[in-house]
Structures are given as C-alpha cells and as structure tokens.
Design a protein. Structure first.
Ligand code: KG4
Ligand code: ZN
Length: 353
C-alpha cells in the first residue's frame, strides 16, 4: 500500500507522541512531546558559534551543520525520552518560514522517518510553533489569549481566538525586534547572536540615551511596530559620538535601546488584550528570552489584571518542542502532508492552517 493511502485512513489518538523537528535557522532541534503538552525530550544542537565570526547566520554553513547534526539530534531525543523510534505516533516538521536550504534538511529527514515508520507527516509553521510554546509552559492554557510575538524575523501582536484561528492585530512595518537587537549589537561591537549580548551589556547600564519612541501613536495601525528608525537612531548616536572623539558607554546605549525596543511591545500587547477583553497574554519567539521583557511584561500585565504565560527561555528561542506542540494540534485536525511536502522560505503570519 502506498504511504498516502495508509495515512489517509489514520485516526489520531489523544496522548500521541509527536516528534518535532526544527531546522529553519541555526538550531538543529528535535523533541518528543506527549499529548501536545508534556515534553519527553528536547535536543538542540546549535551551529551559532560557527556563524559568530561572520556576524550573522551563513545559510550554507547552517544547512551543512543541520545535515551532520539531524540524525544525532533525533537519536539523542529518543534516548532522553527512553523511547524507541517505533513509539513515535507522528513526525511534525517546520515547513517554513526560514532559510530554504536549512528547512529542506528537516523536511527531507521528516519525510524519510514518517515514511519508514508509516506514521503521519505533519507540516508546521515556525511562527505557529513559537506561539504553541505557551501550551508547554502552562499545561492548562486554552485560547483565547493575546500573544506577543517577537523573534528574529517577526514582530506582531496576535489574537489567538482558538487553537487554529489567529488574527494579526498589528505587526512590524519594517525590521523585526530581534533583527534590531542583532543590528544594534553589531554597531556596539558585540558578537552574534546579538540579543543575549545586548541584554548582558545592558545589565550595568542606565537608560539615559535619548532615543525615539516608535509608533506609539501610529495612524496606520494601532498595534503596528517600526524598528528601523530606532535602529538608525542608535547607529547615528554611536557614530556621532565616535566622530566627536567622545566615549560611547556601551552599557548605557544597550540599556536605552533595550527599554525603547521592549516598552512599546509590552504597551501594545496590553492594549490589545484590553481591546479584545482577553485575560491572558503569552510571549512567543526569541526576544521573549529577554529578562527585561519577561519582568516588565509580567509586572505591567498584573497591574492591568492580566495573567501572563511566558515560556522558559529555552522554549522562547528556536526548539523542537514548540514544533511538536503545534504539530499535535495539526495532527488532531488530521492536517497531514504526503511525501511531496516542500519547504517554504516565506509563510504568511498565521499561515499553514
Ligand atoms: O525565535 P528566534 O530564536 O528565531 C527566529 O525565529 O527568528 O529568535 C531569534 C532572535 C534573534 O534576533 C535574537 O537576537 C533574539 O531573538 N534574542 C534576544 C534574546 N535572545 C534571543 N533578544 C533580546 N534578548 C535576548 N535575551
Ligand atoms: Zn524562531
């Protein structure tokens, strides 16, 4: 019987073990999650140190690193969970968005594994994966809620109406928040990945560098963001100081930028929750690993009677568990792919089901 015929009659089961595979950027991540909520294993092999000397991810290096790491990551995940491959009920994989060559490694591996085990292959949106990390952080979390999405590629506020229906309330009209962190890191001479290094530098600094407030009252869309002006303001400030022969206090610039970049995210997420009458805000994406964001969102939300669900740092940045969590939702809805599945570099926000 052909694979597609076998899978077409497949009935999902509630406590299925899903393997989640994520290779969209520089992390080769494989995880096993039971029932969409319980992380049994979470293996991440990062090629970040190999990109550091170039100041950003080099796609070809990332793809090759995935090729050599993927089998090891899958085996480690099975060992960590104390399971064999035969215990896997479905294979979920990031279809996009991301680096095409990098994505293709995960997609090809997932296809081969799903075929050899005769289990469903579940394509997952990377962004929906980030959002689903909240279901791992709070096992009782149910939509509706507002999510604040801030990663290297996307910045948005979304209304998660139910497990499948997302409404984008606002988004960045130019750079993403994480991208701005990475660019500011570069101008400050901090190494890749920029976000954590800016946060570290900011720890000893003062918020005393005048920077523009971004789109706090933007006519185009109340919940939209813009990071390119803020990034340029930081670059101009640093270059201006250097030209005058004045010392740049890295910690102060990092702290001031961090506050400007994050305060607006928090205020808009809270406003969105109020507008929609939502009682919970979750955090999705790599910038969610930032300590200042985590603390101030919790505090500001609590002041407004809103509960927060902020996944642990490891679940905010790229990982396989979030892909398995979202994969579980798609698996329950029988949104399976056949072996013609392809990767896509660009996936619309809220896309893939
Ligand atoms: O979600 P993610 O791991 O990958 C994408 O889907 O893009 O996000 C990566 C982004 C990078 O821009 C990185 O600099 C940023 O998240 N990031 C942080 C922190 N950790 C990662 N930004 C600020 N503070 C952090 N601690
Ligand atoms: Zn990501």
């Amino acid at each position: 019987m052909k694979y597609s015929e076998k899978i077409s009659g497949f009935e999902p089961k509630e406590n299925a073990v899903i393997m989640g595979i994520e290779t969209s950027c520089d992390e080769t991540a494989v995880s096993l999650v039971r029932g969409g909520r319980e992380v049994l294993a979470d293996c991440i092999i990062s090629s970040a140190p190999r990109h550091a000397e170039f100041g950003g991810v080099v796609p070809e290096i990332a793809s090759r690193a995935h090729t050599s790491a993927i089998l090891k990551a899958a085996r480690s995940a099975a060992v960590e969970a104390g399971l064999s491959l035969a215990d896997i009920d479905a294979v979920a994989v990031t279809k996009g968005a991301g680096l095409l060559g990098a994505l293709l490694v995960g997609v090809s591996f997932a296809k081969a594994l799903a075929f050899s085990l005769s289990v469903p292959l579940v394509p997952v949106s990377h962004i929906r994966g980030h959002i689903a990390a909240a279901y791992l952080a709070d096992k009782n979390l149910k939509p509706p809620f507002i999510t604040l999405l801030a990663s290297g590629g996307h910045t948005a506020v979304l209304d998660v109406k139910d497990y499948y229906n997302l409404e984008v309330l606002g988004r960045s009209i130019d750079d993403a928040a994480g991208e701005a962190f990475d660019k500011v890191a570069r101008v400050l001479g901090l190494s890749y990945p920029g976000g954590p290094n800016v946060e570290r530098a900011a720890a000893g600094g003062e918020n005393n560098v005048p920077l523009p407030k971004m789109l706090s009252h933007y006519a185009g869309g109340e919940f939209d963001f813009s990071y390119s002006g803020l990034k340029t303001a930081v670059i101009n400030y640093v270059h201006g100081k250097e030209q005058k022969g004045e010392r740049v206090i890295t910690a102060d610039v990092a702290k001031s930028f961090q506050c400007a970049a994050i305060d607006v995210l928090i205020e808009k997420a809270i406003k969105a929750a109020e507008m929609r009458g939502r009682k919970v805000i979750t955090v999705s994406g790599g910038v969610g690993a930032n300590g200042y964001l985590r603390e101030s969102l919790e505090k500001r939300a609590a002041e407004n009677g809103i509960r927060t669900v902020i996944p642990e740092r490891r679940l905010c940045t790229d990982n396989g568990a979030m892909i398995a969590a979202e994969g579980y939702l798609q698996y329950m809805a029988k949104n399976f792919a056949d072996l013609t599945l392809n990767a896509e570099a660009v996936v619309p926000l809220g896309g893939i089901r």
